[in-house]
Design a protein around this ligand. Structure first.
Ligand code: PBG
Length: 331
């Protein structure tokens, strides 16, 4: 009996892996299109959508084409869309004023998309100045070249308010200024937008994986964002930043990037009483697409694995450039 036991296992985890229906029945993690948000770019001054070279399959949209994209998202059952604006270079200034202009490109994009989808898709907007400033930083810059935290806060408040007025269900402050959630909440509430959701980019790291995004938004940045985005070497700090945003009134919190920060994501998921988002960023997308284009990796399997890993680590929702494709596939 003892010999038999040693030679022949009685406990066999492989039983549950034998065929697809069995595996599907007991899978611990599911990724549903309704928990995905598609980041999307709307650009001023273009006649038709332009594909972004470093993000194959992702486009800079016109106001009209982003409206169509949003309609496709509804059709496919995607949960939400997160809008980014790209103004004409000539309109950028030191403050980033096209960001809160009611007729600025992002606000026009929000209005068009909201008109198209109503409440069938959650319409979010990135609340950050970097696409709109001539120097490319996420805030105003002092004479000696520092990004001025407190001088930036009122501009975020103005920007968020203009986005709420344009129809955004959700504003998503991503600039990593201290205190940004509190000032935005106060500005929204004072103007009667008590129901506008704040998705806080809480644990956002100064990541090399944002590279292709900066091409996508024609970012003017010289230098880096290490004086305001987090140091990739720090884990505990992700929880601390999240606690602060919760105290200030964040309705949802986010970890960004996602795939290389699953430890931070797991920590945040553990402590957060509110929904947790993760942003699978441009570099995560571009690397996998490049490897797949070379025939070095099975594209769809790798996409699925990357999304399931993020949800397995604790994300309730995922921002991903594959949102529409994933939803359109038969899952
Ligand atoms: C800031 C912002 C960035 C991204 C989302 N919001 C760029 C940055 O912080 O430099 C990056 C997203 C991505 O890489 O996909 N507006």
């Amino acid at each position: 009996m003892t010999d038999d036991f040693l030679l022949k296992p009685t406990i066999r985890p492989r039983r549950l892996r034998a065929f697809p229906a069995m595996r599907n029945l007991i899978a611990e993690t599911r990724v549903s299109p309704s928990q995905l948000m598609l980041p999307a770019f709307v650009r001023d001054g273009i006649e038709e959508a332009v594909e972004i070279p470093s993000l194959p399959g992702v486009f800079q949209h016109t106001v009209e084409s982003i409206r169509e994209l949003a309609a496709e998202c509804v059709q496919a059952g995607v949960g939400g869309i997160m809008l980014f604006g790209i103004p004409n270079t000539a309109d950028k200034d030191a403050q980033g004023s096209p960001a809160w202009d009611p007729n600025g490109i992002l606000n026009r994009g929000i209005r068009a998309v909201r008109e198209e989808v109503g409440n069938d898709l959650v319409v979010g907007a990135d609340t950050c100045l970097d696409e709109f400033t001539s120097h490319g930083h996420c805030g105003v810059v002092t004479a000696d070249g520092q990004v001025d935290n407190d001088a930036t806060l009122p501009l975020y408040a103005k920007m968020a308010l203009s986005q709420a007025r344009a129809g955004a269900h959700m504003v998503a402050p991503s600039g990593m200024m201290d205190g940004q959630i509190a000032v935005i909440r106060a500005a929204l509430d004072d103007a009667g937008f008590t129901d506008t959701v704040i998705l806080a980019y809480s644990a956002k790291y100064a990541s090399a994986f944002f590279g292709p995004f900066r091409d996508a938004v024609a970012c003017s940045l010289e230098g880096d964002r290490r004086s305001y985005q987090q140091d990739p070497r720090n884990r505990r700090e992700g929880v601390f930043e999240t606690q602060l945003d919760l105290t200030e009134g964040a309705d949802m919190v986010m970890v960004k990037p996602a795939g290389y920060y699953l430890d931070v994501l797991a920590d945040v998921a553990e402590m957060s009483p509110v929904p947790v988002a993760a942003y699978q960023v441009s570099g995560e997308y571009a690397m996998l697409e490049a490897a797949a284009a070379n025939g070095w990796i099975d594209r769809e399997r790798a996409i699925d694995e990357s999304l399931h890993a993020i949800v397995r680590a604790g994300a309730d929702m995922v921002l991903t450039y594959w949102a529409l494709e994933y939803a359109q596939r038969d899952n």
